[in-house]
Ligand binder design. Structure first.
Ligand code: E4P
Length: 219
């Protein structure tokens, strides 16, 4: 499973990229707003750091405007992917951009029906938001499993990005279901690395070594 980082924060992206784990980046208008800097400048900096897909979301809600925005965004770098909301105009824009050879990611997916239409429109990626479904007492991961089955039934090439990831179990379950990608916020990437037994084990190894070789009597 590929790992994208879900942030527009260049410092976080740099740190995660240094781990060699980052296959791509997803941003959205909320994440951009948090940075408080000009969006194109931020995207340029991200594209200089990451060679994989960097997802930039349009703000418009009408097809023509979305396509115009997309044309501007793809000028930033070759690896820009255009994120579009899962609305009628978004799906129309997907068809146009796909025909032009521009990669798209359809975001804010909350149902299998929406995911089916997105694949039929020809999107490169679909982003089901599992955390937000969990928030309303619906099992987000069930949606991933349904989309996987539907896409397999018809051989759709659209890749599933498990989005709205909130904890390490979301990532593990995404991998168990065979999702193509999980887009993960930086704090969750850090949680994935850590395990209390690893910390306890390492401290014991180092203490034992110190006692044996760095104590008073040892050389
Ligand atoms: C995905 O591309 C979105 O940026 C993101 O995963 C949304 O997550 P949230 O529900 O934590 O805002």
């Amino acid at each position: 499973m590929k790992i994208f980082i879900d942030t527009a924060n260049v410092k976080e992206i740099k740190e995660a990229a240094s781990l060699g784990l980052i296959d791509g980046v997803t941003t959205n208008p909320t994440l951009m707003a948090k940075e408080g800097r000009e969006m194109k400048q931020v995207l340029k900096e991200i594209c200089d750091l990451v060679s994989g897909p960097v997802n930039a979301e349009v703000i418009s809600t009408q097809t023509e405007e979305m396509v115009k925005e997309a044309h501007e965004l793809v000028k930033i770098a070759k690896n820009i992917v255009i994120k579009l909301p899962l609305i009628k105009d978004g799906l129309k824009a997907v068809r146009i951009l796909t025909a032009e050879g521009i990669k798209t990611n359809v975001t804010l997916c909350f149902s299998a029906a929406q995911a089916l239409l997105t694949a039929k429109a020809g999107a490169t990626y679909i982003s089901p938001f599992i955390g937000r479904l969990d928030d309303i007492s619906q099992e987000g991961m069930d949606l991933i499993s349904d989309i996987k089955k539907i896409y397999a039934n018809y051989g759709f090439k659209t890749q599933i990005i498990v989005a709205s990831v909130r904890n390490p179990m979301h990532v593990v379950n995404a991998a168990l279901l065979g999702a193509d990608i999980a887009t993960i916020p930086y704090p969750v990437i850090e949680q994935l690395i850590k395990h209390p037994l690893t910390e306890i084990g390492l401290n014991r190894f180092l203490d034992d070594y110190k006692k044996a070789f760095q104590g008073n009597n040892a050389k």
